[in-house]
Design a protein around this ligand. Structure first.
Ligand code: SAM
Length: 225
């Protein structure tokens, strides 16, 4: 059975899309998408040999070799023009790694209309990247599974404006204001307050003073939301 995390990623894949799942590991997501009849063609990309082989083994075991192209490649280089990929999923990595994958082969994204990204941490850098590269956040989800909190961002091409708070927390997530969202940011604030207390005990050098002000602003920003 697919994790709730990947099932939620799958729920944002449009019916009939051609999907590339980058960093696919066991290719669970593309296999699920084909088996559910959501897509009929997909690419599973992996840059590491071990996971690439697991993906290939899984796709073969499920009898889906005609539907899923498993490729050993770095990031978006797994996608070929003839694939006609219109949707890209990248899940289970940190935000900065996801952004570095998106930035490495930008030409591939010209014909892509939807990105479904699930950063384990630092979703903020994805919103910053989207803002700077002509993508808008269509939807967002925050969810908890096995004591971990995940965010999923759905992007489509377009312009958007985000406040500093929205870049950090997500416009849609702020609006939804779910219990998981409150839990995540309460924990973050607690963390920052703990660091602040340590800094207050330290000698007040200009560096420490600056760090303190930065944290205070951050706490204020999130508490304001
Ligand atoms: N996407 C799956 C999921 O969400 O369950 C697997 C996540 S796994 C933690 C991350 C995978 O991304 C690893 O298998 C890793 O080899 C792969 N990966 C990391 N950098 C990559 C890159 N530049 N191109 C393709 N795959 C990459």
């Amino acid at each position: 059975k697919l994790s709730k995390r990947l099932e939620t990623v799958a729920s944002f894949v449009p019916t009939g899309a051609v999907v590339a799942d980058i960093g696919s590991d066991h290719a669970y997501l593309p296999c699920y998408l084909v088996q559910q009849g959501i897509v009929s063609q997909a690419v599973a990309g992996e840059v590491v040999k071990g996971p690439y082989e697991s993906a290939l083994r899984q796709v073969r075991a499920e009898g889906l070799l005609d539907h899923i192209q498993v490729r050993l490649a770095d990031g978006l280089a797994a996608i070929e023009q003839d694939d006609r990929v219109d949707t890209v999923t990248i899940a289970g990595m940190g935000g900065p790694l996801i952004v570095s994958i998106l930035e490495k082969h930008p030409e591939v994204l010209t014909s892509v209309t939807r990105l479904i990204l699930q950063p384990n941490i630092h979703a903020k850098v994805i919103r910053e990247w989207a803002l700077a590269h002509g993508w808008a956040v269509l939807d967002e989800v925050i969810l908890e599974e096995d004591d971990k909190i995940y965010e999923i961002l759905v992007l489509q091409k377009g312009a958007m404006q985000l406040t500093e708070a929205e870049i950090l927390l997500g416009t849609h997530l702020i609006a939804q204001h779910t219990a998981v969202f409150v839990k995540k940011w309460t924990k973050e604030i607690d963390n920052w307050q703990r660091i602040l207390q340590d800094l207050n005990r330290a000698e007040a050098t200009p560096d420490i003073q600056a760090k303190r002000e930065e944290l205070q602003q951050l706490i204020q920003l999130v508490e304001g939301v």
